[in-house]
Design a protein around this ligand. Structure first.
Ligand SMILES: Cc1cc2nc3c(=O)[nH]c(=O)nc-3n(C[C@H](O)[C@H](O)[C@H](O)COP(=O)(O)OP(=O)(O)OC[C@H]3O[C@@H](n4cnc5c(N)ncnc54)[C@H](O)[C@@H]3O)c2cc1C
Length: 351
């Protein structure tokens, strides 16, 4: 029988983070069976050093040239329908499944809901961490439960939807990164219903494709077309997608900013008393779109995307991100927050 996990030493990570940063991990554990986590975490050689999960590395920035601990990489990747509930099905998805392949798998099963989240890189296990979202949909609205290993109680847990405390790019897992290792998801997906076409650009794309009565599969195709056009491909230019979250401010603050800066896009936020601002607009207006400093830059395609144009290092990318944040704060009085997890000693202020 194959080993439940294997541990490599001094493992290069350039191909394991979408910024393409040339960093090394002191140890890298590939986990084939989530049941082996307690044994792995108890390995004598891993004691006294940090441990964190690394999925596909599409939402992390390594701020140091070495991760002096053990990265845990789950590769268990089975999917199956757990049960049917009326017009919905609950599917079980292992953490190691590739997200975009999962979107297609659900569509093949006649299930819908995830089509707006097509082509988001990464593993399924990472999806609840920041409650991935795109084109008007967040994954949290389909998550019935998350299975995780709890490093505090040293036991496995099943967290129901409410316990996950999903918010905008947020969840209990993001707030307690040292605690949870997500091992699987339960997604509750409908078999019918109108696709979510709330995002104007999506309706326009479907129109351009001649899809007047779009199916979930056409929506996924449209989302992929838009994303390929709008976002730099990490296989060509290192990046982690949107590097900054859209700032959420009080309604009065948004109104004052709109009065001062014509054209500032403002969106509804979860709470009635708050509004979400477009971070891309703020960054572009501050003059950063297409800016380059050595090999660190802000994408000319999309102002939210920090890019590695060659051989930038983590500290160089982080320094540029901090300059962008400082200039947006100075010009608009708005604090931007990075979306990816910044890893390493150099990560500390201002996160
Ligand atoms: C081109 C591009 C476009 C993107 N577009 C979007 C988008 O539209 N919407 C969006 O929300 N995100 C987007 N992202 C960000 C990213 O794809 C998602 O956040 C994705 O879910 C990260 O998955 P990953 O496996 O790469 O996670 P990683 O980057 O490996 O990890 C991210 C974080 O999650 C933690 N983590 C990962 N797996 C687990 C686990 N099993 N248990 C516990 N913690 C875990 C890690 O420790 C880390 O803190 C984009 C990224 C890129 C490069």
């Amino acid at each position: 029988m194959a080993a439940a996990y294997s541990i490599g030493r001094d493992v290069p990570l350039a191909a394991r983070n979408t910024f393409g940063l040339d960093v090394q991990a002191r140890a890298f554990a590939t986990v084939h069976d989530a049941a082996a986590l307690p044994a792995l975490l108890a390995e004598p050689s891993l004691q006294g050093q940090p441990q964190m999960v690394l999925g596909a590395g599409s939402n992390v920035l390594f701020a140091d040239s070495r991760y002096d601990g053990c990265l845990l990489h789950l590769v268990c990747n089975s999917t199956h329908i757990l049960r049917n509930e009326g017009d919905r099905a609950v599917v079980h998805v292992d953490a190691g499944c590739e997200w975009d392949a999962l979107v297609d798998w659900t569509l093949d099963q006649g299930l819908q809901g995830l089509e707006n989240l097509a082509l988001i890189p990464g593993q399924a296990g990472a999806a609840p961490i920041q409650n991935i979202g795109a084109y008007g949909v967040e994954v949290g609205s389909f998550i019935a439960a998350v299975h995780a290993y709890d490093r505090v109680t040293a036991d496995y847990a099943r967290l129901g939807h409410a316990q996950c405390a999903f918010g905008y790019r947020d969840s209990v897992f993001k707030r307690e990164p040292e605690r949870w290792i997500v091992t699987a998801l339960e997604l509750s997906l409908p078999r019918s219903g109108q696709p979510n076409l709330g995002y104007v650009g999506l309706r326009e794309e479907l129109g351009a494709m001649g899809e007047l009565e779009p199916t979930p599969r056409n929506v996924a195709a449209a989302v992929r077309r838009i994303r390929r056009r709008k976002l730099p491909d990490p296989a060509v230019t290192g990046n982690a997608g949107s590097f900054f979250k859209n700032p959420v401010v009080r309604r009065e603050v948004a109104a004052k900013l709109q009065a001062r800066f014509a054209g500032l896009p403002v969106f509804p936020a979860v709470s009635e008393g708050e509004r979400k601002l477009s971070a891309a607009w703020l960054i572009e207006q501050a003059g950063w779109r297409g800016y380059r400093e050595g090999d660190a830059g802000i994408s000319a395609q999309h102002a939210l995307v920090l890019v590695n144009l060659g051989h930038a290092t983590g500290p160089q990318l982080l320094a540029l991100a901090r300059r962008v944040m400082a200039s947006v704060l100075e010009k608009f009085g708005v604090t931007l927050e990075p979306e990816p997890r910044i890893i390493g000693a150099a990560a500390d202020p201002p996160r």
